[in-house]
Design a binder for this molecule. Structure first.
Ligand code: SF4
Length: 443
């Protein structure tokens, strides 16, 4: 067996309670070992102690509280889990110095607390993946997935039936991953999920830990913490709920990219209702106006569906009018396509395929005009861009308003000295419908 590296952090483990608690202990110990922590039998050898408690009867509560007290006295760094952990207030009242308290069957939360207070070791000989994980994106940007599944039931979508309801990743784990990525040289984090604004709803916005500090499992708290990493942070799949307004001031203050990807999908209240869209009752135009007042430079991206079952010509016209009024910066539009298993397929008055495609074309023609006009505001201005690729004297880069793959680009001239993955200042010289053209300000 390969010996554990001398510098590996060590964890002491106290396991109390019934066989179910024992299984939990085994899981946590297995995970700790798999990640390279050393398990030690004495308090004085441990960098941190996990106490798995029992809270079934009063005597078990007393025994558990006694064990926590002993671990605190003998070691000082204690994470509490198990049945008594479910009654967090009892533990915290008796022992306010504990680092974290989690409930039973929650290996992930225990690991998050351990990572927060005793960072995970990385052994280049045994670890299959680098500390920042394996990334399929170029080295300078990375997707940061914050949750899986979705609590909504949009009638055109089958994701909830495939992936289930929303499950938010522990906030400490997400932040640790983001920090690892930033340390590994990633310049841009793209926050993704099925419904970013719902982050934490499933765990009632539980408090997690990052660098020993409490952080709530909530979008605004997460992005506030991410903004301290000193890299670009871009938000995708945000629904227009009122609490989204809380993150726009961070954008105005330069802490977060002034960019919101908000999939509106339609503008007609009747169609939005048929689609069962989240936040369909919100006044989206008022919301957009408010965001622009706080952050005039914000780029708003959205996607729409043309030719949804039952969409009349008048409702489609309502969608075009919304587009004119909203003056969105970046827009994608799909002709409705019946996905097998989607509830919307059973709706009456399907729009014929060629009509759906025709509406999509008309929609995109309106948007091309709007997009061209919106991009003009950048001409003559200096912009910070992230360089994706350099080819001779030309570079392909992106500005704060351009997500990779889906938005436009900034095509930079006189760029011989630039390198992929570098942030650079450029002056915008002209714009077309989708892209900006620029010259590098570095000589
Ligand atoms: S389209 Fe609707 S149901 Fe599907 S993932 Fe998005 S919010 Fe959830």
């Amino acid at each position: 067996m390969k010996p554990r590296p001398a510098a590996a952090p060590t964890v002491g483990f106290v396991s109390l309670g019934c066989p179910k608690a024992l299984v939990d202990s085994e899981r946590i110990l297995t995970q700790l070992r798999a990640e390279g922590y050393g398990i030690v039998p004495r308090y004085e050898e441990a960098d941190l102690v996990v106490v798995n408690t029992c809270g079934f009867i009063d005597s078990a509560v007393d025994e558990s509280l006694g064990a926590i007290g002993e671990a605190l006295r003998e070691n000082g760094k204690v994470v509490v889990t198990g049945c008594l952990g479910a009654k967090g207030e009892v533990v915290r009242k008796a022992h306010p110095a504990v680092l974290a308290v989690t409930g039973p069957h929650d290996t992930e939360a225990v690991m998050t607390a351990v990572h927060a207070h005793l960072p995970k070791p990385h052994d280049p000989f045994t670890d299959l993946v680098p500390p920042q994980g394996v990334k399929l994106t170029p080295r300078h940007y990375a997707y940061l997935k914050i949750s899986e599944g979705c609590n909504h039931r949009c009638t055109f979508c089958i994701i909830p039936s495939m992936r289930g309801d929303l499950v938010s990743r522990p906030v400490g784990e997400v932040l640790q991953e983001a920090e690892n990525l930033a340390r590994a040289g990633v310049q841009e984090l793209l926050v993704i999920s099925q419904d970013t604004s719902a982050y934490g709803v499933d765990v009632k916005y539980r408090t997690g830990f990052w660098k020993g500090r409490p952080v709530k499992t909530r979008m605004a708290d997460l992005v506030q913490a991410l903004s301290s990493l000193g890299v670009w942070v871009r938000l995708h799949y945000v629904y227009p709920y009122p609490h989204v307004d809380d993150v726009v001031p961070l954008m105005a203050g330069g802490k977060l990219l002034p960019y919101l990807d908000v999939p509106f999908q339609h503008a007609s209240p009747r169609i939005l209702k048929l689609m069962k869209r989240p936040a369909s009752a919100e006044d989206n135009l008022a919301r957009i106006r408010a965001w622009r007042e706080i952050c005039p430079d914000i780029t708003i991206r959205s996607t729409f569906i043309a030719g949804f079952p039952g969409e009349t010509e008048a409702e489609f016209a309502e969608l075009l009018a919304f587009l004119e009024e909203a003056q969105l910066d970046r827009v994608g539009c799909f002709a409705y396509s019946p996905v097998e298993g989607a509830a919307a397929n059973a709706l009456p008055d399907a729009v014929p395929a060629e009509e759906r495609e025709d509406r999509r074309r008309r929609f995109m023609a309106v948007q091309a005009r709007i997009s061209a006009r919106r991009l003009q505001r950048f001409v003559g201005r200096e912009l910070e861009v992230l360089v994706d690729k350099v080819d001779g004297n030309a570079a392909v880069a992106r500005g704060p308003g351009d997500a990779p793959e889906i938005d436009g680009r900034v095509l930079v001239d006189r760029a011989r000295w630039l390198k992929a993955g570098q942030l650079a200042r450029v002056r915008i010289t002209r714009a077309d419908e989708h892209d900006l053209f620029a010259e590098s300000l570095l000589q």
